[in-house]
Design a protein around this ligand. Structure first.
Ligand SMILES: Cc1cc2nc3c(=O)[nH]c(=O)nc-3n(C[C@H](O)[C@H](O)[C@H](O)COP(=O)(O)OP(=O)(O)OC[C@H]3O[C@@H](n4cnc5c(N)ncnc54)[C@H](O)[C@@H]3O)c2cc1C
Length: 477
């Protein structure tokens, strides 16, 4: 089905703050690499949240099932160990959900995704995963005048549908809770949470191994071939797993498959972290685990950590070509831009140094929503991809959906609107990179002007309107 082709895989240094912390924990060591031939009922390719939640759910539903995970790097080496750690519902994408699946479908997805946030906290407690999960809410804020009220359309749609997951905050309220007067108001969702992302991924790995899932790390799939009547062969450098069903949980790296490339545009997202500054955070009033993202299309997202660091990220970075390459690994290449925005939004932390930065790929779909289902029409090769920067919470749903699809269950998960495969497509390469870069540059110019209180240029405004359902990370309309 697919032949070996090189793309840069996770695992290049320096790693994220989260992975450095998680991998330094006592008892952490790599699972073995795949050597020789192995068999499984289900082989999952990719050991991030999607792969790990899927494996755990499969073992919960059918304990006798043989499940294997083949991970190119270490589990959590991809986006699951590098993200901002904001655990969010899909309520902020309500107009998009409604437009696509009607009010009932949108309500069901909103509720399921909010339930996933709570469920992740419960799973951490139940399984003894200390992932520093803090459910102190999420603030969708404006950090310039142009962004103020950008949530109105979403609030109105939610209101008409009879639900109110958000409370509207004044600039004073938002500024007081997020610790900077640069906040021009926002909407607060009490059910949002933050997590130490890599501790969650590594904890799920531990649980999967304890449930007898065969985990192979540093074992990149280099080919996927038909294996007669017995299913598929997932080939790695050291061996192969033959399995009846394959689940592709490769996130942005799934653009390796031609069938995914048209539906997923890979963009970078970049994160910086300060040293621990707990007294400074207390001074500015940013004390709890509030997660914040703003209304910029090249979104800013931020939170603090249990030990008092400030972590600040920016979406809409590098645009990938056909494959995910080295630009999506290691330290951020646009640290100056990200630091500049951190300093703009937090002038009261202007003297705080940046200790480290990292980057990672975002798997953006046209709708800004993930999709699940057969890859290339094959019922025994399933894929889940396209979280578009909001995957920490929704990947929990992804695990349930994929497990139900693998087992051919007729339940609410297999029947989820997200299980209907991809919707919308991007231009083929190289037009997508050229177009993507032009639109991205126009957004950056527009947002720079708006940050300075100046109106955007007419040509840029026209280009910005071409952005796929917003390049925004967390909200999609
Ligand atoms: C910088 C950044 C910030 C983000 N911030 C947030 C946020 O605050 N909130 C939020 O909800 N979402 C955020 N996201 C998105 C979120 O992290 C992802 O949606 C989520 O982690 C997806 O999980 P996954 O398991 O599908 O992907 P991943 O964790 O990326 O897992 C895919 C795995 O597949 C492996 N792989 C790739 N190729 C192969 C191969 N050939 N063979 C075997 N394995 C392979 C990779 O090594 C990787 O471990 C962010 C993402 C990034 C990059």
């Amino acid at each position: 089905m697919a032949s070996a082709r090189t793309q840069t895989l996770a695992g290049q240094r320096p790693r994220s703050l989260w992975l450095q912390e998680a991998l330094a924990r006592p008892g952490e060591k790599d699972a073995p690499a795949l050597q020789g031939e192995a068999r499984a009922d289900v082989c999952i390719v990719g050991g991030g949240y999607t792969g790990l939640w899927t494996a755990l759910r499969l073992k919960e539903l059918e304990p006798s099932l043989d499940v294997a995970i083949v991970e190119a790097d270490v589990c959590g080496g991809g986006a699951s160990g590098r993200n901002g750690g904001l655990v969010l519902s899909l309520w902020s994408k309500f107009p998009r959900l409604q437009e696509t699946w009607g009010t009932e479908g949108a309500l069901a997805l909103g509720r399921a995704s909010a339930g996933a946030v709570t469920a992740i906290g419960e799973e951490c407690r139940r399984r003894g995963i200390d992932a520093e999960f803090r459910e102190d809410g999420y603030l969708w804020a404006a950090t310039n005048e142009a962004g103020a009220g950008s949530w109105r359309h979403t609030l109105d749609a939610l209101d008409r549908a009879g639900v109110s997951p958000f409370e509207e905050w004044t600039p004073e309220q938002a500024s007081a809770r997020a610790g900077s007067t640069m906040h021009r108001g926002g909407v607060f969702e009490p059910s949002g949470a933050v997590v130490q992302p890599a501790l969650l991924a590594r904890g799920l790995r531990r649980e999967a191994m304890a449930a007898d899932v065969a985990v192979f790390e540093r074992s990149a799939m280099t080919g996927l071939r038909r294996a007669g009547a017995s299913g598929w062969k997932v080939v790695t450098a050291g061996g192969a797993v033959t399995a009846g069903t394959v689940v592709v949980a490769m996130n942005a790296w799934a653009v390796w498959f031609r069938q995914v490339r048209r539906h997923v545009l890979v963009l970078g997202s970049d994160v910086l972290a300060t040293p621990p500054i707990p007294e400074r955070l207390a001074e500015i009033g940013y004390r709890d685990g509030l997660g914040v993202s703003d209304s910029h299309l090249l979104v800013h997202y931020y939170r603090n950590t249990g030990d008092g660091r400030f972590v600040f990220g920016k979406g809409g970075g590098e645009v990938a070509g056909r494959l995910v390459d080295a630009r999506f690994e290691g330290a951020s290449r646009r640290l100056a831009e990200v630091t500049g925005q951190f300093r703009r939004i937090y002038p009261n932390l202007a003297d705080v140094p940046v200790e480290l930065s990292w980057t990672g790929p975002i798997d953006r779909t046209m709708l800004g929503l993930p999709y699940f289902g057969p890859l290339g029409g094959r019922q025994d090769v399933l894929i889940g991809v396209g979280y578009s920067g909001n995957g920490v919470g929704p990947s929990y749903l992804g695990g349930r959906i994929l497990a139900s699809l693998v087992l051919h269950r007729d339940d609410e998960w297999a029947g989820s609107p997200l299980a209907g495969g991809p919707r919308g497509w991007f231009l083929p390469a190289p037009l997508r990179q050229i177009g993507g870069r032009m639109v991205r540059a126009a957004i950056a110019r527009t947002e720079d002007r708006e940050d300075a209180g100046r109106p955007p240029r007419a040509l840029d405004r026209a280009l910005v309107s071409l952005a796929p359902s917003g390049l925004a990370l967390h909200h999609g309309d």
